[in-house]
Design a protein around this ligand. Structure first.
Ligand code: HEM
Length: 514
């Protein structure tokens, strides 16, 4: 299958969807480059239920995932004890009311302070093109950093500055996807030779370790000072150097690292356009340190890995989700009209429509429009698992120990059996019941946020953030897609648009809200 796979790589998700359709939802093949293991690809909801929930303990991320995604370390995106520990920790933090309030404040401040001024600026320069994907990428990165680390790198500003860390974060996505599809020996060789995407990859690893190493260290020190005698003796902190050596050695390793060092220094010492973290704020890194302290041990590396896991889990997914959503709305005027109608009915007094988290809960149609966009274009289009022991799937396929199983969320979102004959159409109404409520679709059918014990921890906050952004942007601006570059996904772990989403923005007048 390799020649066919490589030939169809540019539209891999549609190719897989078609192939699965011809095989009643599940196909298997031997992948010689993955040590002759069997790979099973499925979009059968019963198989997905089995793997993610019913026989959960038999399916982990496995050694191949760990090798490919080594850059993510051993936090919540790993297996076994590290996963359990990190999941418990994050789950308890995310459900706290103060975290919800902090999220609301962070997003609202960023929308008001950066996103709206940026869009106003471009709306005034009529005719100027904006890449909305890039805008959302910067927006979500700034928010994620502020929420997790308590600093705002200010990637989203009118000058669109190059922020080294963000740039390499995005490049790592492409390199990781490359590792998933090319023979292992090839990417290993490229890594050894320091060539191509692998060169970028190792630079990314160096910089993320460098920056986070410094950051977590700084934060631990700060926490010690703030908490005084209540904070742990240093002996309780399990300390680690970055994987690739000491900070100094990293700085000397390449030009890139020197660049990174100055970026780090800048970040650590200044550059915060938002008010500094206040006492009542709930920045995750400090909250994690405090929570770990209650358990008697602060593992610096685990905290660092958890931080990088949250940054990568939360940033690109939201960027991809927002980008495809805005493209679909801009190309479906009837959906846009319904969203505006709902805003008008629910918030007749609001001028700019910068809503709070509790306000966006009322927006059922908008919720449906976002769910529908992520059905057709799931921000994580496929998920991989590894079978620990042999098993038989509900579809009858035999699974040997060590088999890799991939479930395609993209194909599942386009299954006629689940969504009906019009499954390829963008129809938010399919999500709304006669009573006007959101119809619950079980997560093993709508797999966008995964299912079972490893369901996404950020699902609710993602809807809140996306609704806050969508309501204010659609209310205030008309978005016209520039029809020049074709719209199709890039070959990346995150489901981005290959050429970005180029649009022209104008201010919306009252008449166009009717
Ligand atoms: C539209 C936005 C999002 C989508 C579509 C999404 C989707 C997913 C998916 C499919 C997984 C499973 C990945 C796998 O097991 O291989 C996952 C896991 C996870 N997500 Fe999200 N995610 C989104 C946003 C977020 C945000 C904003 C956060 C947090 C800030 C977050 C935190 C997590 C975490 C911690 C996990 C790991 C859960 C575990 O393995 O126990 N996600 N997400």
């Amino acid at each position: 299958m390799l020649p066919s796979l490589l030939f169809n790589l540019w539209h891999i998700h549609d190719y897989v969807t078609q192939a699965l359709k011809q095989r009643s939802g599940t196909g298997e093949f031997i992948a010689p480059w993955i040590t002759k293991r069997k790979v099973v690809i499925t979009c059968d909801p019963m198989n997905v239920l089995h793997i993610t929930s019913k026989n959960f303990s038999n399916y982990d991320k496995g050694p191949i995932f760990r090798e490919i995604f080594k850059v993510l370390g051993k936090g919540i995106l790993s297996d076994a004890e590290e996963w359990k520990h990190s999941r418990g920790l994050l789950h308890s933090l995310f459900k706290q009311k103060s975290f919800g309030m902090f999220l609301d404040k962070v997003v609202k401040d960023k929308v008001q302070g950066c996103l709206l001024p940026f869009l106003d600026h471009h709306a005034e320069k009529q005719g100027s093109e904006v890449d909305l994907q890039d805008v959302f990428n910067r927006f979500t990165f700034d928010n994620a950093c502020y929420m997790v680390l308590g600093f705002d790198p200010c990637c989203l500003s009118i000058e669109l500055p190059q922020v080294v860390y963000e740039k390499f974060f995005s490049e790592a996505q492409v390199a990781l996807f490359h590792r998933c599809v090319v023979p292992r020996a090839l990417w290993k060789l490229q890594k050894w030779l320091g060539m191509g995407k692998e060169r970028k990859m190792s630079e990314t690893q160096k910089i993320s370790e460098l920056i986070l190493h410094e950051f977590v260290r700084c934060k631990l020190k700060q926490c010690m000072v703030m908490e005084g005698s209540r904070f742990p003796a240093t002996a309780n902190i399990v300390s680690h150097e970055p994987l690739n050596g000491s900070t100094d050695a990293l700085c000397n390793a390449s030009n890139f690292s020197r660049e990174a060092t100055s970026a780090t220094t800048k970040i650590l010492t200044s550059g915060n356009s938002r008010p500094a973290i206040e006492e009542t704020d709930f920045e995750l890194l400090s909250a994690m340190v405090k929570e770990e302290q209650k358990n008697g041990k602060v593992d610096e590396k685990l905290i660092r890995d958890t931080v990088i896991n949250i940054l990568s889990a939360g940033k690109d997914t939201l960027t991809a989700g927002l980008t495809w959503f805005f493209w679909l709305v801009a190309t479906h005027p009837s959906v846009e009209a319904m969203i505006l109608q709902e805003l008008k009915e629910n918030f007749p007094e609001e001028k700019r429509m910068v809503l709070r988290a509790e306000q966006v809960e009322k927006l059922v149609y908008l919720h449906a429009a976002i769910s529908e966009a992520m059905r057709l274009f799931p921000p994580i289009p496929f998920t991989q698992r590894h079978a620990i022991d042999s098993d038989i799937l509900p579809s009858g396929h035999r699974i040997d120990a060590g088999t890799i199983i991939i479930f395609s969320s993209y194909a599942m979102g386009r299954l006629e059996e689940i969504w009906g004959e019009d499954c390829l159409e963008y129809k938010p109404k399919r999500w709304i019941s006669e009573k006007g409520e959101i119809i619950h679709v079980p997560s093993y059918k709508y797999i966008t946020f995964n299912a079972g014990p490893r369901t996404c921890l950020g699902k609710e906050m993602s809807f809140v953030e996306m609704k806050m952004v969508a309501s204010v942007v659609l209310w205030n601006y008309c978005i016209q897609v520039v029809e020049r570059d074709p719209i199709y996904p890039s070959l990346s772990i995150g489901f981005f648009m290959k050429h970005g989403l180029k649009v022209r923005i104008t201010k919306r007048c009252n008449e166009s809200r009717v």
